[in-house]
Design a protein around this ligand. Structure first.
Ligand code: UT7
Length: 321
C-alpha cells in the first residue's frame, strides 16, 4: 500500500526568548500566575527581519537536511498559518521560492492552532493520490504580531516559531511506517470564543486575537480526547498502542486533562509549552521535532498528533515513524 512516510523533521524559533518576568514588566501579570495556569515559562518573539516565511523556510531547510532530501525533489508545499507574511500570495509560495523548488504545488491552509493537522491531512491525501511524490508540510506563525499586548488574558499565552516535516509517498507493508489515519473536524458555531477582530473583507485591518479562555479550555479537553480516540480507532489501534502523544501546546493543564481522559501516562506526552508557549499551527511540528532530535521518538514508534483551535477546528493523526 502507498502511505505518506515522515522522512525528516525540522523547526525554527526566533532568536529572542522572553521570560514571564520580562513580560510582567509591561503587562499586569506574574510568573507565578502564568506558570500555575498554563505551564508557560518562556516564549520566543520574532524580531526585525523574522517573519512567518523566514521561520518556515529555516524549519523546512532543517527538515530537508534531516530527511536527506534535496529541495528540488519537493513537488508540494502545504503551509499552515494564521499569520501569513501577506494577505496574498500564500506564504507557502514565498517559502517555495526561498528554497528554490519553484514549479510544484504550494498553498496555505488556515485552521489556526489545528492548521498543521489540516495541512497534514491535505498533503497525505494529495501524496496518496499521486499529485506529488514528496511534500513539505509546515506550521509557522508569528502570533506576536496579532496579539493585543494590553490584554493580559491572551498576550502571555502565545509565542512565535515554525516546524516542518518532509513526507514521501512510499509503498510500505501493512505494519510499515507512514500516516495511518487522520481525523479532522470543525464547528463554526464557536467563532466568538476565539477569533481575530479584523480581516481584509470586514475591517480592512489585520485585527487582534480575542479569546474566552475558560470556555475554549472546556471544549478543548472534550474535543481532543474524542478526536484522538477516533484517529486511533481509524488506524485499528487503542491508547495502549501509543508510544508518544505530540499535542498542540496551548496549556499544560489541557495536556494533563486530555491524557487523563484517555488513560495515557503523562510520560508519553511531549511537552514544550513551558519554553515555546502556544505557537498555534507551529506547535505540533515544533514539539515533534524536539522529541525526534532528543531521541525520544524513534523509527517504528506510534505517534499521535492532535490539536484544537479557532473555528473551532480540531484534529488528530496516528503516524508510524
Ligand atoms: O490554542 C487555541 C486553544 N486555546 C486554548 O486552549 C486556551 C484555553 N484556555 C486556557 O488555557 C485558560 O483558560 C487560560 C490560561 C487562558 C486562563 O486560565 P483560567 O484558569 O481559565 O483563568 P480565567 O480566564 O478564568 O481568569 C482567572 C483570573 C481572572 O481574574 P478574576 O476575574 O478571577 O479576578 C483574570 O482576570 O485570572 C486573571 N488573569 C490574569 N491574571 C494575571 C487573566 N490573565 C491573567 C494574567 N495574569 N496574564
Amino acid at each position: 500500500m502507498i502511505r505518506s512516510v515522515v522522512k525528516g523533521t525540522g523547526s525554527a524559533l526566533p532568536a529572542r526568548a522572553v521570560s514571564n518576568d520580562e513580560l510582567a514588566k509591561t503587562v499586569d501579570t506574574s510568573d507565578e500566575w502564568i506558570v500555575e495556569r498554563t505551564g508557560i515559562r518562556s516564549r520566543h518573539i520574532a524580531g526585525e527581519g523574522e517573519t512567518t516565511a523566514t521561520l518556515a523556510t529555516e524549519a523546512a531547510r532543517r527538515a530537508l537536511a534531516a530527511a536527506g532530501v534535496d529541495a528540488s525533489e519537493i513537488g508540494l508545499i502545504v503551509l499552515a498559518t494564521a499569520t501569513p507574511d501577506q494577505t496574498f500570495p500564500a506564504t507557502a509560495t514565498i517559502v517555495q521560492d526561498a528554497l528554490g523548488c519553484n514549479g510544484g504545488i504550494a498553498f496555505d491552509v488556515a485552521a489556526v492552532c489545528s492548521g498543521f493537522l489540516y495541512a497534514l491531512g491535505v498533503a497525505d491525501s494529495m501524496l496518496r493520490t499521486g499529485a506529488a511524490r514528496k511534500a513539505l508540510v509546515i506550521g509557522a506563525e508569528t502570533f506576536s504580531r496579532i496579539l493585543d499586548w494590553e490584554d493580559r488574558a491572551t498576550c502571555v499565552l502565545f509565542g512565535d516559531g515554525a516546524g516542518a516535516i518532509v513526507l514521501a509517498a512510499e509503498e510500505v507493508a501493512e505494519d510499515g511506517p507512514g500516516i495511518l489515519a487522520t481525523r479532522l473536524h470543525a464547528d463554526g458555531a464557536h467563532n466568538a470564543l476565539l477569533n481575530v477582530d479584523g480581516g481584509p473583507s470586514t475591517t480592512g485591518t489585520v485585527g487582534k486575537v480575542r479569546m474566552k479562555g475558560r470556555e475554549v479550555f472546556r471544549h478543548a479537553v472534550v474535543n481532543l480526547a474524542e478526536v484522538l480516540a477516533e484517529a486511533l480507532a481509524g488506524a485499528g489501534l487503542t491508547p495502549a498502542d501509543v508510544d508518544w502523544v505530540v499535542p498542540h501546546q496551548a496549556n499544560a493543564r489541557i495536556l494533563d486533562a486530555t491524557s487523563r481522559k484517555l488513560g495515557l501516562p503523562p510520560e508519553k506526552v511531549v511537552v514544550t509549552v513551558d519554553r515555546h508557549a502556544n505557537t498555534s499551527a507551529a506547535s505540533v511540528p515544533l514539539a515533534l521535532d524536539v522529541a525526534v532530535r532528543d531521541g525520544r521518538i524513534k523509527p517504528g514508534d506510534l505517534v499521535v498528533l492532535e490539536a484544537m483551535g479557532g473555528g473551532f477546528t480540531w484534529g488528530a493523526s496516528a503516524v508510524r515513524m
